[in-house]
Design a binder for this molecule. Structure first.
Ligand code: COA
Length: 136
């Protein structure tokens, strides 16, 4: 079973193993923890037995008009049990007073996002491959 929390209280890098699946140069677990701590909003789903993080979502916001959801991931072994849905639901509820809430996703995940209340739009991105593991 997982429990949800809206802070990084009690989370160590060793609880953050296996994320950034498919990234050639992913952030380390230590950097991942920094990302979680420095985000304006964070929600974690944790294995209530081991404390391992099974899934997470972050948001960055100006607290006035806009929020962006840069990261959402559930570990493969935990997928298909409603954790991703619950993380999105809780984050959208936290951000619900804001005018714009944006998220970029793969085309295959468009139905997942649409079924959770989001609308397709055209986005533009720029990625710096040399910084994929994060700034030190
Ligand atoms: C997307 C993700 C967060 C879903 O987490 P989850 O805990 O399995 O989600 P749930 O159990 O709540 O629901 C599963 C849903 O994900 C959809 N899904 C998962 N992987 C998918 C994929 N590769 N392509 C299309 N849909 C996918 C399922 O169709 C299902 O949607 P439905 O309930 O509307 O039918 C998870 O698959 C993941 O971490 N993927 C890799 C990272 C990623 O793509 N992040 C999303 C960025 S927006």
């Amino acid at each position: 079973m997982v429990v949800y929390q809206d802070s990084t209280d009690g989370v160590k890098p060793s609880h953050l193993i296996g994320f950034f699946g498919g990234w050639p140069g992913p952030p380390s677990a230590e950097t991942h923890l920094r990302i979680l701590r420095q985000s304006d909003h964070v929600l974690l789903a944790r294995d209530d037995g081991t404390g391992q993080v099974a899934g997470f979502i972050t948001a960055i916001s100006d607290g006035v008009l806009c929020a962006y959801i840069p990261l959402l991931e559930v570990l493969p072994g935990w997928r298909g049990r409603g954790i991703g849905t619950e993380l999105v639901r809780r984050m959208l509820r936290r951000l619900s007073g804001l005018y714009m809430i944006d998220l970029i996703c793969e085309p295959a995940l468009r139905p997942f996002c649409e079924r959770r209340g989001m609308t397709p739009a055209t986005g533009m991105v720029r990625r710096n491959a040399a910084s994929q593991s994060g700034l030190s």
